[in-house]
Design a protein around this ligand. Structure first.
Ligand code: ZN
Length: 206
């Protein structure tokens, strides 16, 4: 298993639709193992294959939930459908979302509170579950990655403007930029924490 570099916004694979997985073989299982390794080293609650430069419809997650779903898993060729989008303004604290491909930044975004998730595990067995709350947010964030959408693409008003400024200030938005989990300083400051609290929403990045 190998930790792989995480690509940063501007890398084309993050901004295009990923291809369906067609074979549940050793190559897929190797990819999934690397994704778990990379997600863990990056202290992410989720990771989509495009984030390690692979344009396939696969994401992993690691998030305890109230939905009776294993806290750790992989979804291949997912379909995620949601309840209505709340129209209220995002709360800077309660709705703060982050992404390993927009490292160190965080912006508030309202998401639907319920997501239906179906797809397959790495062995090709069917998966089908409902996610709520932050777990629903995680599922939507990762599914978005497979459709070439980053959470910063969904921000509204001043948050969208702030995010564009941050991308520019960091020198991102251009191909070829990566960071190395476990080697580079943790962009979200997880290095400083002894124990990650799943309920601290500021630590939720995928
Ligand atoms: Zn992300």
């Amino acid at each position: 298993m190998t930790v792989r570099p995480v690509v940063i916004t501007g890398e084309p694979v993050l901004h295009r639709v990923a291809a369906p997985v067609t074979a549940f073989d050793d190559e897929l299982r190797g990819l999934v193992e690397d994704m778990y390794e990379t997600m863990d080293a990056a202290h992410g609650v989720g990771l989509a294959a495009p984030q390690i430069g692979v344009g396939l419809r696969v994401f992993t997650y690691d998030m305890s939930n109230d939905d009776g779903v294993p806290a750790r898993g992989v979804v291949v060729n997912p379909v995620v459908t949601t309840s209505a989008v709340p129209v209220t303004h995002p709360d800077p604290h309660d709705d703060a979302e982050g992404c390993l491909s927009v490292p160190g930044e965080s912006f508030p975004l309202k998401r639907p509170l319920v997501a239906r998730v179906s797809g397959f595990d790495a062995a090709g067995e069917r998966l089908d579950f409902t996610a709520t709350g932050w777990f629903a947010r995680c599922m939507q964030h990762e599914f978005d990655h497979l459709n070439g959408t980053l959470y910063v693409d969904r921000l509204d008003g001043r948050w969208s403007k702030k995010a564009r400024k941050a991308v520019k200030a960091n020198g991102w938005g251009t191909p070829g930029l990566t960071w190395m989990p476990g080697v580079d300083p943790d962009p979200f400051g997880h290095d400083d924490l002894d124990d990650l609290d799943d309920h601290d929403h500021h630590e939720h990045v995928g």
